[in-house]
Design a protein around this ligand. Sequence first.
Ligand SMILES: Nc1nc2c(ncn2[C@@H]2O[C@H](COP(=O)(O)OP(=O)(O)OP(=O)(O)O)[C@@H](O)[C@H]2O)c(=O)[nH]1
Ligand SMILES: [Mg+2]
Length: 402
Amino acid sequence: MEVQTFRAHSMQEALQLVRRTLGPEAAVLQAKEVGRGALSWLTGAREIEVLALSGVHLPSRFEDADDGPTCVPPASRCEKHPTEEAAADLLVPEASQRWDYRAKFQADLRCQAGDLPSLVEQLAAAPALPVDRELPLPSADLLRQMRQAEISPDCARDLIAQIDSSMTDWGLPDPPQMLAQLQYLLEQEIQIAGPICLATTRPRVVALIGPTGVGKTTTIAKLAAEFRLRKHRRVGFITLDTYRIAAVDQIRAYAEVFELPLEVVSTPREMRIAVERLSGLDLILIDTAGRSPRDEVRLQELKSLLGEAQPDEVHLVLSAASSMSSLIHAARRFQPVGVTAMVLTKLDEAPKFGGLLSLLRDSGLPLSYLTDGQRVPEDIRAAESSRLAKMMLGLDTIQAES
Ligand SMILES: Nc1nc2c(ncn2[C@@H]2O[C@H](COP(=O)(O)OP(=O)(O)OP(=O)(O)O)[C@@H](O)[C@H]2O)c(=O)[nH]1
Ligand SMILES: [Mg+2]
């Protein structure tokens, strides 16, 4: 008795194949839909796979109990773990030693119906996209690793496809080589704006914008400390944040600590005057009020106020700890304000970084700085693609500072 596997385009074809090969008495053990070809996970091609064997007689469950054959009943989940009710249903008259297949079928149905709620729960709890069993093992492992790092299913599949096509001439796929290739592809995708580069003849005007509470003012303080204390450049602040109580006090405190001039502006005219006043400096950092990405009116207002300052760089500040959908939405909404680069803050609060790939792809923005803590000036660094690629894959983490 040998179990054989048959594959065909349809169930009908598969059964014909079984009959032709094993004869009319062949019994089908299992039939399922599977992917067709090595790249089925990409192409979506499907076919039917049937497991069949000959040389045994498997009775039909629909045979009449009186006429049915005397045989050992097929094993079922209900028999292994019978509930009291199902066990009662499965009782067979010992004298006849016959199996009541009709009763057994009904018991099985009841058992399976009882399983339905837990199956539904399992499906709901299952990851959105199970690892494709049809993938060759190294690719499946890589896909699993990307999903654990929270790289979106679309991005992960796309990266696997790129790896497959780039490695076709390399012989058998080698897992470390594939991981290195994945890291390389990610590094290529991460665009880097580079840190703020000061001009020699006039001040560099740099504005930070973004949603509320993402760390704009703190990042401005970190940048000011870097240029003022470490690079000994002349730095000044302009703040547009006259909306939030204590917002001006917050930046004024930093201005006093670093001994920097501060201009508070709330109208386009005041903005022109403030920029003029600070024109002898090397760097003018503009702090802005946090804005809801949904508030179109405030975003327009921000755009027109910033327009008066004619900034060289507008950095969109986003917290890496926010949900990916809100980050993508915020980036889309703020971009028309004239964003030139993106700062990612609160990396220390984000559990995983793989999702950031979707944000970078969607926005197309280059990264300027990454911040990973509240300490001024320590917790900031210029964005670097190789480290971020490792972080996205879960191969590097942010060490929590005490
Ligand atoms: N963990 C962590 N906290 C940060 C980071 N950057 C800023 N924060 C904290 O985030 C909070 C808000 O920071 P702010 O700089 O006031 O944020 P903001 O974007 O200026 O806020 P609004 O002006 O109100 O829109 C503060 O408690 C900061 O200390 C960071 O990289 N990591
Ligand atoms: Mg602020």
